[in-house]
Design a protein around this ligand. Sequence first.
Ligand SMILES: [Zn+2]
Length: 283
Amino acid sequence: MRSPSSAYRPATTACDVTTLTLRKVAAMTAVDALLAGLAAGEVEIVDLTAPLSPETPILQLPAPFANTIPLSLEVVSDFDDAGPAWGWNNIHTGEHTGTHLDAPVHWATGRDGYSVDAIPPQRLIGPAVVLDFTAEATQNPDFLLEPEHLEKHVANNGPLPDGAWLVFRTGWSRFNKDAAAFANADQDGPHTPGVSAAAAQWLSQSAITGFAVETVGVDAGQAGGMEPPFPVHHFLLGANKFGLTQLQNLDRLPATGAVIVAAPLPIVGGTGSPARVLAIVPA
Ligand SMILES: [Zn+2]
């Protein structure tokens, strides 16, 4: 039924209709193209998330520092008297367990930045730029990304795109079912690949949205002894950028051309959150 006021609306011109229709078609095309690509098998979704279980390795800081707890599930009901037709659990764990996002407020330098719930969702989705240092990290677990590696990449490929996730591929996820191998610690602490202080500063001044790794944290195992300590945390979180950790399946990403979708829980005031991280990849 027409509302009484509709009689007083100005007539819509054919031109308005055409403009509106074109806008609608244009707006739908990008999403339609993605859906058509998925249906045709021309677009693949790669899960970059490590399985989350009580065995998932977590960061272990030395005394006197406190640590978070690994994941545990506490059964509330399991099709029993406590819930005859349903099963559910309470989850217990830290914000930084398994594949997770580091929000700026995780670090002293970023404490005025975004908590995990406040991150604009557009900043969680961006083009993936994958730098493959698997060979170097296999040969030297303490391998560090340096500014010259980044400058060489830029010289060959152009500047890092706005809002990109820079993905540091090291092959380290092959250890993620073995906590000891994953930490690779000796009397000097953990030995895992990472980023030099100079390269972390370089990245903080680039257009990237964040830095993504396969290891337990975004900094190198030996980063506590760098100046400043834990430079990726220091510089990137201080620049209101993000970290993504414990990714896997990075061998299924092209060097460029994929899109990363990081989906942390919007924990109000949270310093980070376990996240499902998916890549949209041309098949
Ligand atoms: Zn973290």
